[in-house]
Write a protein that binds this ligand. Structure first.
Ligand code: SAM
Length: 248
């Protein structure tokens, strides 16, 4: 169960009405039952039900069952699309170990607004689902142009674009993995360092955006193959490729 409060030995955790309904109404837990808790900061904790009511209750933390597992320093930047597909991208990015999820407004992005709270709730659910102890932050919608203007020098960008000629090996080259293709030696695993994956909207990137990205030293152009993928598919494919080459 995800909670907001700090977790530690003997720490009481008061429950909201929804949490109490879930634990005592749906799961039918009674006093003394064990519950697994995480808050995205303190790892996973075992707690016991100390008070159970219809509208609330309290858990008492006993001991830590797993330390906090931080994901690699990987951000996902994507142009939000239709609601259900945006929800899907956030859910999958949280499952695939993105540390931050940043919806970006590009020239051809159709959405003007996002429901940040709703997307953050999806990230929490995905972390709960895959037994993670970390919840990625979902940032508010920001302009790609402004983000690139202040882009940190050390954070590389895996720029995914179906129109990139010769970018098939981009990520492997950047990771120094090409020599390992013969599999005679174990693949080199350079320190992943901070990275971001960038996925465009349904209409792709504008010429100005492409030119801007080409000028940036941090940018590694990457093709995900010859097929034009839907943005949500491309996000999952890109996360998989990154994890396979650079994840540990
Ligand atoms: N510009 C395209 C068009 O209108 O035909 C389609 C854009 S595609 C639906 C959405 C995004 O997914 C792209 O901006 C890109 O980031 C990513 N993408 C899709 N297929 C890709 C591929 N084969 N290689 C790299 N990126 C891809």
């Amino acid at each position: 169960l995800y909670v907001e409060q700090p977790l530690g030995p003997g720490q009481p955790v008061p429950l909201t009405q929804d949490q109490a309904h879930y634990l005592f109404g749906v799961m039918r837990l009674a006093r003394g039952a064990a519950v697994s808790l995480f808050n995205g900061r303190d790892g996973e904790w075992r707690a016991e039900v100390s008070e159970a009511g219809k509208r609330g209750g309290t858990l008492l933390c006993t001991h830590q069952t797993a330390p906090l597992r931080l994901p690699p320093d990987l951000w996902l930047l994507f142009a939000p699309i239709k609601k259900a597909r945006t929800d899907f991208i956030v859910e999958k990015a949280a499952e695939m170990g993105a540390a931050r999820i940043l919806p970006v407004q590009t020239r051809f992005t159709n959405s003007e607004r996002i429901r940040q709270d709703r997307l953050q709730a999806h990230a929490v659910e995905a972390a709960e689902q895959c037994g993670g102890t970390f919840v990625p932050e979902v940032a508010d919608l920001a302009s790609l142009e402004r983000l690139l203007a202040d882009w940190p020098a050390e954070r590389r960008i895996m720029w995914c674009d179906e129109s990139l000629v010769g970018a098939r090996a981009g990520l492997l080259e950047a990771a120094g993995g090409l020599e390992a293709r013969g599999f005679e030696e174990p693949p080199k695993r350079p320190s992943p360092g901070p990275w971001a994956i960038l996925i465009g909207p349904e209409g792709g990137f504008s010429e100005e955006e492409q030119a801007r990205l080409r000028r940036m030293e941090q940018v590694v152009p990457v093709s995900l193959g010859p097929r034009i993928l839907r943005a949500d598919t491309a996000a999952v494919a890109a996360l998989t490729l990154w994890q396979s080459v650079l994840g540990d």
